[in-house]
Ligand binder design. Structure first.
Ligand code: PEP
Length: 247
């Protein structure tokens, strides 16, 4: 039985004060049976990690460097993230892929470094609107998954979370229907089952893209949707908790 994981991706938002208020709000509320992860901007990880130390809420980073240490200006290593208290790291978010031209190969290398270091990567996959309209959603998602399997192997997949995030639904308010999301989640699980049926049944597959308190319950009720990766709605403690409670 897979548990429900609700992860908040705060992206490049907030200040020391607003992040503190947000963490206090989340800690003070009820998140039901869902597991919670928050992914603040890197500069706030140490602060938020300290605030979460006495809670059951996990800390995640929004990315992780594919290299262990050295001359990689602007990057943050897995060891540094672990020192801040991170358990998770998002890799391959569509904003990283499209705005910062992260390729499938780089995403796979970041994923492998996370796994090797003991972080759980939250691997984001998903198609653009053009790709959906061309009917190539499954092949796009399969290519993104295969790139990671080629580098990290099936063993790597055993220690990850996958987030299906249709690019056209991220930050647009245009959420995938429960049927559209379930179809791709089922496809991902079948694809993984070709490598290892047991791993495919165990891996948590989150949906991400304009999930909010009013559409979460229906999405989270789908057989293969095991949680959510939440952007905008994770910036308000009440909304984030309401999504978790609807699981
Ligand atoms: C995201 O960025 O991962 C995301 C799902 O954003 P939003 O919920 O705002 O669509």
């Amino acid at each position: 039985m897979r548990s429900c994981l609700i992860a908040g991706n705060w992206k490049m938002n907030g200040s020391l004060q607003s992040v503190t208020d947000l963490v206090e709000g989340i800690k003070a509320g009820d998140h039901g049976k869902a597991e919670l992860v928050v992914c603040p901007p890197a500069v706030f990880l140490l602060k938020v990690g300290g605030m979460l130390a006495d809670s059951d809420i996990a800390l995640g980073a929004q990315n992780v460097c594919d290299q262990a240490a050295g001359a990689y200006t602007g990057e943050v290593s897995a060891a540094m993230l672990l020192e801040c208290g991170c358990r998770y790291a998002i890799v391959g978010h569509s904003e990283r892929r499209s705005l910062y031209t992260e390729t499938d190969a780089l995403v796979a290398a970041r994923f492998a470094m996370a796994v090797e270091s003991g972080l759980t990567p939250i691997l984001c996959v998903g198609e653009t609107l053009d790709q959906r309209e061309q009917g190539v959603t499954e092949s796009v998602v399969a290519t993104q998954l295969d790139a990671v399997i080629d580098v990290a192997g099936v063993e790597g997949l055993k220690r990850c979370v996958i987030a299906y995030e249709p690019v056209w639904a991220i930050g647009t308010g245009q959420v995938a229907t429960p049927e559209q999301a379930q179809a791709v989640h089922a496809f991902i699980r079948q694809r993984l089952a070709q490598h290892d049926a047991d791993m495919a049944q165990r891996v948590q597959i989150l949906y991400g893209g304009s999930m909010n308190p009013s559409n979460a319950a229906e999405l989270l009720a789908q057989t293969d949707i095991d949680g959510g990766l939440i952007g905008g709605a994770s910036l308000k403690a009440a909304d984030f908790l309401a999504i978790a409670q609807s699981a």
